[in-house]
Design a protein. Structure first.
Length: 325
């Protein structure tokens, strides 16, 4: 009996080492730029469903910190004047798309009879900035792990699809770099996928998309306050803490350095290159969260709500850019 147990434990350990080696191999390939961000995401999905994720306990924190580091690093490739111009152009569309998505999400949630908190998290994730918005809003409405996980699952699934679909549509419609950057910043949920899709499309698209998306992410603060007022009104709870995305401030500092401090030009290209590598690794780690159990746990109604909202904001954004912008 002891021999069998020992053999079983030994095999488990060997399998774990193999999983870890494969996982690290893909990360090394990402670092060496041998694979693109979309391929990294796809490899993450394949890896977790075929071999499992041996570093699952570190995955979430690694995604958060790597994404923030990458976004700040990309700031060293931005020009403040151009970014301000892009931010102004996307401001009205940002406001309209955020509130129209939140309102439609509320009605869709009631129509589909989706859990109220799950519905609100999906709406906020679609309207503002995906997983970051959900992470900020979930403690405000005191959602449980299941509600938060379902909302994150919906957003991550649609993000993964967007990374492949949006550049294809952009090329088919012959969108300019400027128009595509603005569109994906409005219509793709997570900053990681926005930057990944825009980077694939071109450098100008990347600059516009990153700036507009981060400006959009600042809406986490007023939407969190509004959410707290609505959800906590009955309970009378006024002690809710709002998570502020401080890394956006560092992105602005990096952009200002790149624009107004000439010596920054010496190191800026290297920092931007490292940031893009960090983004590729981030997308691999995001892919490694999308196992079959995550997909099953989402359920039909929340997924339908997420898809309807995504189509709405994508079509609205594209039509506004093509006909009114």
């Amino acid at each position: 009996m002891k021999t069998k147990q020992h053999t079983s434990a030994h095999l488990f350990q060997v399998n774990l080492y193999i999983q870890q080696a494969l996982f690290i191999l893909v990360i090394v390939l990402s670092i060496t730029s041998l694979i693109s961000p979309p391929v990294a995401l796809l490899l993450g999905v394949i890896m977790v469903n075929v071999f499992g994720n041996p570093f699952v306990e570190f995955n979430s924190k690694a995604i958060t910190y790597l994404l923030q580091f990458s976004v700040v690093g990309l700031g060293f490739g931005m020009n403040a004047t151009s970014a301000l111009s892009a931010g102004k152009e996307g401001f009205l569309l940002t406001i309209f798309s955020i509130f129209s998505t939140l309102i439609l999400g509320t009605f869709l949630g009631k129509w589909l009879k989706t859990d109220k908190k799950t519905s609100h998290l999906i709406s906020c994730g679609t309207a503002i900035c995906g997983g970051s918005a959900i992470a900020a809003i979930s403690p405000v409405i005191k959602s449980n792990d299941n509600q938060t996980s379902i909302a994150l699952g919906v957003i991550f699934i649609l993000n993964s699809i967007a990374l492949f679909v949006f550049p294809f549509i952009g090329h088919q419609l012959d969108l300019s770099q400027k128009d595509f950057g603005l569109w994906c910043a409005i219509a793709i949920h997570d900053t990681s996928s926005v930057v990944g899709a825009a980077n694939k499309y071109g450098s100008e698209a990347l600059q516009i998309a990153t700036t507009v998306k981060l400006a959009r992410a600042l809406w986490i603060i007023p939407i969190s306050l509004l959410t707290a007022a609505i959800f906590n009104k009955k309970s009378g709870n006024t002690g809710t803490k709002i998570k502020i995305p401080y890394f956006i401030g560092l992105f602005i500092v990096a952009m200002l350095f790149n624009t107004y401090v000439p010596v920054t030009a010496i190191v800026a290209p290297y920092i931007v290159n490292i940031a893009k590598i960090g983004l590729t690794v981030t997308l691999f780690l995001i892919g490694a969260t999308l196992n079959i159990n995550t997909l099953k746990s989402v359920g039909v109604k929340p997924l339908l709500q997420g898809v309807f909202l995504w189509i709405f904001i994508a079509v609205l954004g594209l039509a506004s850019i093509l006909y009114f912008h």
